[in-house]
Design a protein around this ligand. Structure first.
Ligand code: PAF
Length: 282
């Protein structure tokens, strides 16, 4: 695997593959790769001739008091994992390469409405930072396919909307959440948890599942279910962020007539804000 830090060098490499008629799959990441990321790379390897991953801890998607400076950076280990997974190119630019004129004057890509809900409400500006960097990365790599994880459910929906609205010629493929044996969704932010917090954290998944079971067995008092789930999370050591039962079409609050639902949840365990979700067909 070749690691490249500049846009020009990556473009130069990919041009030859494109001219030879090879398809390109892209896996954008912020590094500190775990088994969930590797499944994205596996999917990319199955889906195209050439696989490009990126590692860029994007400052634009971190809030003022968030973990930008402490976000784990493990480049050498990540390079080894990507090589083993069959990735051909790693694009690992520094901030000046991506934002040469500074963060503040960067042209922004905004997906309205969807970006303001749930995680967007808790993290103002986060999704605009995500869509801006993903759009830039898509323009740099010009992939046929890009692979995203379903753990970041809202992010995936927003990226799909951006691609549709801006007529970006990249097909978005998603990969289901990868979990530890405990049920906890894999995340780089699990690394901030103490041993005790790691034992408590799977409760997020359990409460989502219990709520899903209540819905499939006939309950449709969703506000009350959300309230009960929030209390159950707090009883398991979480601090509340949001727990929402929404319809899949537009992620708006579900009502009793909706058949395609998704439960979206975020909650704080110690220093980590954890997210998880579950789709439900009634
Ligand atoms: O999901 C992530 O790791 C990031 O939000 C992404 C898509 C790499 C953009 O920085």
């Amino acid at each position: 695997m070749l690691t490249l830090a500049t846009i020009a060098s990556l473009r130069n490499e990919l041009k030859a593959h494109r001219q030879a008629g090879r398809t390109i799959a892209f896996v954008p990441t912020m590094g500190n790769l775990h088994a969930g990321h590797i499944q994205l790379v596996d999917k990319a390897v199955q889906s195209a001739d050439i696989v490009v991953a990126s590692i860029f801890v994007n400052p634009l998607q971190f809030g003022k008091n968030e973990d930008l400076s402490s976000y784990p950076r493990t480049l050498q280990e990540d390079q080894r994992k990507l090589t083993d997974a069959g990735c051909h190119y790693l694009f690992a630019p520094n901030e000046d390469e991506v934002y040469p004129n500074g963060r503040d004057s960067q042209t922004r890509v905004e997906v309205p409405v969807l970006s303001d809900l749930y995680c967007g409400e808790a993290r103002p500006g986060h999704f605009s930072g995500v869509t801006t960097v993903v759009c830039k990365l898509f323009n740099i790599v010009q992939p046929d396919i890009a692979v995203f994880g379903e753990k970041d459910y809202q992010q995936l929906r927003i990226v799909r909307k951006m691609v549709g609205d801006l007529c970006i010629a990249t097909e978005i493929i998603s990969v289901p959440v990868v979990r530890a044996e405990s049920g906890l969704a894999l995340s780089s932010r699990n690394g901030y948890l103490s041993a005790t917090e790691l034992q408590q954290a799977p409760a997020l998944r359990q409460v989502i599942r219990q709520t899903a079971e209540q819905i499939t067995s006939g309950r449709s008092d969703y506000s009350q279910l959300e309230h009960e789930a929030t209390l159950a999370l707090e009883a398991s050591g979480f601090r509340r962020d949001y727990f929402r039962i929404v319809r899949r079409t537009d992620l708006a609050p579900a009502d009793a007539e909706d058949k395609k639902l998704v439960i979206l949840a975020a909650a704080w365990m110690g220093p980590s804000r954890l997210i998880d979700n579950q789709e439900l067909d009634l």
